[in-house]
Design a protein around this ligand. Structure first.
Ligand code: ATP
Ligand code: FE2
Length: 334
């Protein structure tokens, strides 16, 4: 099988990232040859899409040059240029898409527009060797439980309000923790000792986090220790995630669980997911942190899979899709 080399561009939110992946050749396996990122951090408050997009426009050319250098290749050596077509923030998506179009056109290679959420799943399948997992995708903007059924990746459960990472970051902002707050909350939680009662909100395979956010902020005003609040947030928020993931695994009859998204960097979530999987005779897979957070390598990997199945995106069809749903993607590559 000929070697496929794909450059992937990620720019759905605060991270601009460029990866290069190869597939085929000897062994046919996927390899990541480069994965370079620049994370835009808001000076204060939440993400400003246009400011983030401006930062991405500045960082992408250098990231692309660096990634090609890592892969010891030129743009014209690429089999395709892949980019995250959605879902995400309009200005950020458009910046990445413009870079991808320009690169593909000058190099004379095809474009492949990929779904960001599907890429989180496929990078785990490609690099960790799980075959047909239920994906627990827990990031700032997204919290979904996804599995393959009837030729598509289907969302079996999701947050009904804010993403779990968003809840952590909003709590952190009010409580004066550095952004993103996930790592700071994890450190605090390791010194916590008391489990405080926070609302546990699971409906079927869906979850909700705004009630927990309000309650945790109230506990802080009531003078509870930050360490105990952090511990309680983690225990309750992650128990909810693990419960819906387990329900999805039982529902679709799968014995592999794959974690993805920035919150999967949390050791307590990894531990709880591993315990659940073990107890039902299943296996839990966790990508390296750099492949859990938003990254260009996962876009390159999915681009290579799609290209292998003959899927490319004409420039005329490459407009970004802010609300690109996971189950809109026709999965012809597996
Ligand atoms: P998406 O666009 O897919 O929604 P994102 O923009 O939120 O993703 P990611 O890099 O996937 O970006 O995830 C960032 C989130 O992960 C932040 O909310 C951050 O607080 C959280 N996070 C990072 N490290 C940890 C950790 N150790 N524990 C808990 N949460 C973490
Ligand atoms: Fe993501």
């Amino acid at each position: 099988m000929a070697r496929t080399l794909v450059l992937g561009i990620e720019s759905t939110a605060h991270t601009a990232s460029v990866g290069v992946a190869s597939s085929g050749g000897r062994g046919g396996a996927f390899r990541v040859l480069s994965n370079r990122s620049a994370v835009w951090r808001p000076p204060k408050g939440g993400i400003h899409p246009r400011e983030a997009a401006n930062a991405h426009a500045e960082s992408l050319p250098g990231l692309i040059r660096g990634a090609l250098g890592d892969a010891r290749a030129k743009a014209r050596d690429m089999s395709a240029v892949a980019f995250a077509q959605g879902p995400g923030l309009g200005p950020c998506l458009r910046t990445g898409a413009s870079a991808a179009r320009a690169l593909a056109l000058t190099a004379g290679v095809p474009l492949v527009g990929v779904n960001h959420c599907v890429a989180h799943l496929e990078v785990g399948r490609a690099l960790l060797g799980c075959e047909d997992p239920v994906l627990l995708y827990a990031s700032g903007g997204n919290t979904q439980v996804i599995a393959f059924a009837g030729g598509r990746y289907r969302v079996f459960g999701e947050t009904l309000d804010i993403g779990v990472g968003n809840m952590l970051d909003k709590f952190g902002r009010e409580a004066g923790l550095p952004f993103p707050a996930g790592p700071a909350i994890e450190r605090l939680a390791s010194r916590g000792s008391k489990l405080l009662p926070l609302p546990y909100s699971v409906k079927g395979m869906d979850v909700a986090y705004s009630g927990m956010l309000t309650a945790a902020l109230q506990m802080r005003r009531d003078g509870e220790r930050m360490e105990d609040i952090a511990l309680s947030i983690q225990e309750v928020a992650f128990a909810m995630l693990v419960e819906v993931a387990e329900r999805a695994m039982a529902h679709v009859g799968r014995d592999e669980l794959l974690l993805g998204g920035g919150v999967a960097a949390n050791a307590r979530l990894v531990e709880m997911a591993g315990t659940m999987a073990r107890e039902r005779g299943a296996e839990s897979f966790v990508p390296e942190r750099r492949f859990c957070v938003d990254n260009g390598a996962m876009i390159a990997v999915l681009g290579a899979m799609m290209l292998g199945a003959g899927v490319t995106t004409p420039v005329g069809g490459s407009a970004v899709r802010q609300r690109f749903r996971t189950d809109e993607v026709e999965v012809s590559w597996r």
